[in-house]
Design a protein around this ligand. Structure first.
Ligand code: ZN
Length: 362
């Protein structure tokens, strides 16, 4: 048999025996991804924590291996931005569900039309996500294993007996009678998440529980381990509402606390790339910033968020590294960057691909 025919036969056999599950593998390395959402983390204070106060050494480790935005003040053109929100009209707000809807779908609020956190204004996503699906749904459709964990407004959760709706679940459908998504708040799987875990938004240990859940998924072996994992941390937003979204010790301390949780994730990632044949894309961003004790309609204050994109793995690096000099990074860059990482057509997007990578020899 000619060598070319042999290769063809091998390729055909591979296709026939290929399981329904998909994995992206290059040079023997399996591609995986982790998205760390930081609810209510204002770009300016994130920048201050990492670079000035040096209270976020684990986030810094992630930054040093990739690309990131800096944000010296709300007027700094380098700050990463949210969706256009309140700039689009008086009924659009910089709150959690519109923020994560934007991150997940990669399109601006005038497309996904999620304007607020309540049932009436989250349920629109059941319709609009059909045209602008989340990256979790789209990757799952392609056979990748997906995972999502977090609290209310991101995932429907039970907060001291009450259900708080979550935007990701509305992609799966709505329950008009109970005014909820069709996904039960305590469900462990859904249309877009093979692994799904919501946490009680009133439990002060929710971020620690999330860290344990994420670490276990990162460390999971076998073909059922998730290819893409998204977790949303909640306590920084709470500190903002209590103490103001500003450079006060309590808000900065909340960022430092989440950074200590991220230490566990960084350790897990380092372990995976040493012991397993894996390469990871890691992205950090937020849903919105804040002003005073709130966030909703304050131009710039509510719009500045962090954006970090990085790789973990041997012999791989992003093409562009260091601080993002040209500006223009937005939370809408998450989806197209993930789609590029997994080699899937991104579909409609208002963001940019920032995950172009190269293999390094040696
Ligand atoms: Zn909030």
């Amino acid at each position: 048999m000619k060598k070319r025919n042999k290769l063809l036969l091998v390729a055909m056999l591979f296709c026939i025996s290929m399981p329904v599950l998909a994995q992206k593998i290059e040079y023997g390395k399996r591609f995986r991804a982790l998205i760390i959402g930081l609810d209510g983390t204002k770009g300016v204070q994130f920048n201050e924590s990492v670079f000035l106060n040096k209270q976020a050494p684990n986030i810094k480790i992630i930054m040093d291996q990739g690309q990131y935005t800096t944000c010296a003040s709300i007027h700094d053109v380098h700050c990463a931005k949210t969706h256009l929100g309140h700039r689009l009209g008086p009924d659009y707000f910089w709150v959690t569900s519109p923020g994560w809807a934007t991150v997940l779908s990669g399109v601006n609020t005038d497309k996904h039309l999620v304007k607020e956190n309540d049932f009436e204004r989250q349920r629109i996503f059941t319709k609009t996500s059909q045209q602008f699906p989340t990256f979790l749904f789209q990757l799952k459709q392609h056979g990748f294993i997906t995972a999502a964990g977090g609290v209310g407004n991101f995932l429907s959760s039970i907060d001291d007996g009450q259900v708080t709706p979550g935007i990701l679940d509305y992609e799966c459908g709505e329950d008009i009678i109970h005014q909820q998504s069709s996904v039960a708040a305590d469900a462990n799987t859904s249309c877009n998440a093979d692994y799904r875990q919501s946490f009680n938004g009133d439990d002060e240990d929710r971020d620690k529980q999330l860290t344990t859940w994420l670490s276990n998924l990162i460390n999971m072996d076998g073909e059922h381990s998730p290819d893409v994992i998204m977790g949303v941390y909640d306590t920084i937003d709470e500190a903002g509402h209590r103490h103001t979204f500003s450079s006060n010790p309590d808000y900065l301390k909340a960022i430092a606390n989440v950074d200590s949780s991220i230490a566990e994730l960084v350790a897990a990632l380092k372990h995976r790339v040493e012991k397993s044949n894996e390469v990871w894309l890691v992205i950090i961003t937020a849903d919105h910033g804040g002003h005073g004790r709130d966030h909703s309609d304050a131009l710039l204050e509510d719009e500045v968020v962090p954006f970090v994109i990085s790789t973990f793995g041997q012999h791989i690096s992003l093409l562009r590294r260091g601080s993002l000099e040209e500006g223009h990074a937005t939370q809408m860059d998450v989806k197209p960057s993930l789609m590029h990482w997994f080699n899937i057509e991104p579909g409609a997007s208002d963001g940019m691909v920032r995950s172009q990578y190269q293999w390094l020899s040696g």
